[in-house]
Every structure is written in C-alpha cells, then in structure tokens.
Design a protein around this ligand. Structure first.
Ligand SMILES: [Zn+2]
Length: 444
C-alpha cells in the first residue's frame, strides 16, 4: 500500500469535530479577492452535519437492494482551480494534493468513467462497475490545462469540463479553445456551465421581471451556451452544471426545451441509476477540506458489494512522520515534525497532542529543529491523530495547529490467527463509519 493512501478513517469524534469546525466557519467566505470567475458560496456543498454515527437500516441489512436494482454508485467529483504555488482556498486545490487524490482513486481500485459512459449508464444503455468516479471541472480556468491535465493524462483518467461561454478564450486565467480542443483528444468531454455564470442574485433579479423576461434570460444562459459550445467543440452538449449549484423549477423546463438531459448540482451524494436527472449530486472537492474527498471515495454496502472506506488525503505545511494519511507497522512510532522552515518559531511555545494520549512531552531539538515524541504505549486504535501547535516570537497568539492522521497497519502488528486481515477489517469497519456522510445517508 502506498504511504499516503489510508484505507482507514479517523474514528475519533474529537478529530471529526475539529475537521468540521473550521469548515462551517469558512462557509461565509468567498474567493472574492481572486480574479476571474469567483464562485458564489452556494457552489460549496452544505456543511457536513455531524450525523449520528449509527448505521442506517440499509447498511446493516443485506437485503437492501433487490436483485433487479442497479447497484452501481457513482461519485461525481467537482473541481475548479489548481495551483502549485498559490495558497489553497475552497475553490483552489494545491496541485500536489490533486495528484495524491488521483493516486488514491487508482489505489482504491475505483473506476473512472467518461461523461459518455455516465450518460449511457444513466439512460440504462450500459452497465458500469459498482463504484465509479466521474471527474468534473467547472468554469474553465487555465490551471486545468497547466496543472490538472498533465496528471489526468498520466493516470489516463477521463474528465469533464463544464465551461461557460463568456469565459472560453476570456484571456488572463481562462482556458483557450486551443487548450480545450487538445484536451478533448486526451479524455476531456465538454458540458455547459451557462453563458455568463450568473450569481443567484442575478437569477432572482431576472425572475422578478416576470415569466417572459425570465424565460428569455434562461434561454440566453442555457440555450445560447449549448449552441456556442456545440459549434466550437462539436458533439451534442446534453449536460449542464448549474452555476453555484443554484436552480429553479423553470430551469428544468428550459433544460427540456433546449435539450439538456443531465443537470448537475453541488449537493454532495452518490448517484444511482434512478437519481433525478435534473438534480444530480456532486462532491465539490474543496482545496481546504480533506473530508469531502474522503466522503466521495467512501462507498456503502449494496446488495452485491461490501462497503469500502474512502481515502484520507492530507498534506501538512511542514514535513512530518509518520506521513499524513500514511501507514506504519510500528505501534510505538516516533512522531516528529520538522519545523526548520518556520521563521521566528518560539520553541518554548511548542505543544503536541496525540489522540488517546492528550498533551504529550514532545522535545524540540535546536540542531535539527525537529519536534518529536516517541509513543510510549502501544497504539491500539486503527488511526492516530496528531496536532502540533506553536507561537511565533513576535506574535502574541498561538498559530493554527498543524494536524495530521496516520494509520496503524494492524495486519502487520496484530498477532496472527485471532485477527482478521486488514482489508476485511476495513470492510467491516466501513459500515459503521460511512454514515458520517450526510448525503449518503439520504440518497441510499
Ligand atoms: Zn462555476
């Protein structure tokens, strides 16, 4: 198993809480400072609520799906912008993290499908493997071409570009037609994301002008973009991603009129074959929150397959061991953070917390600038959460803690005979943990 793919989930309620708190805190913010097609906050998915950790009847009942039901579940991932150098935001993911996510999809054995596969399956013309992934990227940022595309090409993963008319060849940070055409030759499909990417307030304003004016507006946003993209990039465009996920019933009628068959929201959840085609769920993968990807790659048990846990993909701003999301066979590992790149670090202020231990007496080595603690009681849980926090000399307050999670590889650590092998343990475990995805809960 590759070190950064963790097949086990964080099981500690405290870790879950910590993961969710900053998320809700951020929901009010927007990337208004960045140029280009800034997204509305509506494009971000709803805050994952702390759903009760009890399994719903479906997970424990093997008779949930009758044999005639299609058991395939698709996770549609939604990305926006990528950057190797700029700070991560909700809508902009570090390129390195995107690569780790693609690697995780491969390591989890999930099947990445084309938009055409998705459409054929949705229309009952094709069957797909039980757990499949559709990768979509909204808006048409140039970084799709410079950062994501080389990685997708390397993994041979097909992907879908939801483009909006006014940003194609829009200059600056926008994709050019030439880039889009080239990507089409290597796995890219095109869908529509409107003409002008109107914000919900703009849509509501048009709506208030009366049905006739509103219809004109919708024809321009949905119809014109379809014609434009078809003329420019060929093939019928029958998919549409609502800008900001915002949609009204009139859009459903317009979709039928102008010829869209499959319309995507930003509401997280798995897609089933009979999921309403006007409101297809998508996991918007935020650059700043690792839990969404984990939910997206978690699958519950169905009538003919066991549940499987998703991947924890984490990156820390400073090198740490054991690696974030990585696994160790050592149940008494040395936990260490290399802080040599922290300028103005106040070593006196350093604190380390480890799940199951609380505050631990970690030591700072002034020579190596490593802050380390050797675990002194065998780790018994499948995962271990660490947080390291410090203060800068000239600042009064502690900095935000650096957190990560690593996995204890119990296959190696457990005594034989009595313990199940790790993959089996994961499958058994996954039924209890996956209901943390609020959407899975309602869509199954
Ligand atoms: Zn958008």
């Amino acid at each position: 198993m590759l070190p950064y793919v963790a097949l086990m989930k964080r099981l500690f309620p405290t870790a879950l809480l910590l993961a969710l708190l900053p998320f809700s805190a951020l929901l009010g913010q927007d990337s208004a400072s960045s140029p280009g097609p800034a997204e509305t906050q509506a494009e971000t998915p709803a805050t994952p609520s702390s759903a009760p950790a009890t399994a719903s009847p479906e997970t424990s009942d093997p008779a949930v799906s009758d044999e005639t039901e299609d058991a395939t579940r698709i996770s549609v991932l939604g990305y926006h912008e990528f950057s190797a150098t700029e700070k991560a935001t909700e809508m902009r993911i570090p390129t390195a993290k995107f690569r780790l996510q693609m690697q995780a999809i491969k390591d989890l054995g999930l099947n990445v499908i084309t938009l055409e596969d998705f459409i054929a399956w949705k229309q009952g013309k094709k069957t797909l493997p039980d757990r499949s992934i559709l990768i979509t990227i909204d808006d048409g940022w140039k970084s799709v071409y410079t950062d994501a595309y080389p990685i997708l090409k390397e993994f041979e993963f097909p992907f879908t570009l939801f483009l909006y008319k006014n940003y194609v060849d829009g200059g600056g940070k926008a994709l050019t037609s030439k880039m889009i055409t080239e990507m089409q030759k290597h796995g890219a499909s095109v869908g529509s994301h409107s003409t002008s990417h109107p914000y919900p307030s703009t849509v509501r304003k048009a709506q208030r002008k009366g049905p006739e004016e509103y219809q004109k507006f919708l024809n321009a946003e949905m119809g014109d973009s379809k014609k434009f993209l078809e003329a420019k990039f060929g093939s019928p465009i029958i998919t549409y991603a609502y800008p900001g996920g915002f949609h009204t019933p009139e859009m459903f009628d317009t979709a039928e009129m102008v010829g869209y068959k499959h319309l995507f929201t930003v509401k997280p959840g798995k897609v089933k074959q009979d999921t309403n085609n006007m409101e297809i769920p998508r996991y918007i993968i935020l650059g700043t929150h690792d839990s969404i990807f984990e939910y997206a790659t978690s699958f519950r048990a169905t009538g003919n397959s066991l549940g499987s846990a998703g991947a924890i993909i984490q990156t820390t701003p400073h090198p740490v061991t054991p690696a974030p999301g990585g696994s160790t066979e050592d149940r008494l590992p040395l936990i260490s953070a290399d802080l040599s790149r922290v300028e103005g670090l106040d070593p006196e202020s350093l604190v380390m917390r480890v799940s199951g231990f609380g505050l631990v007496p970690a030591k700072f080595d002034p020579a190596t600038k490593k802050f380390s603690w050797k675990v002194n009681r065998r780790l018994r849980k499948p995962t271990c959460d660490v947080s390291v926090q410090w203060k800068l000399q000239e600042k009064p307050d502690m900095e935000m803690p650096m957190r990560w999670t690593f996995v204890i590889n119990r296959e190696a650590a457990y005594q034989p005979k009595t313990a199940p092998s790790l993959p089996q343990a994961i499958q058994e475990k996954s039924n209890e943990i996956i209901p943390q995805d609020p959407e899975n809960k309602s869509s199954n």
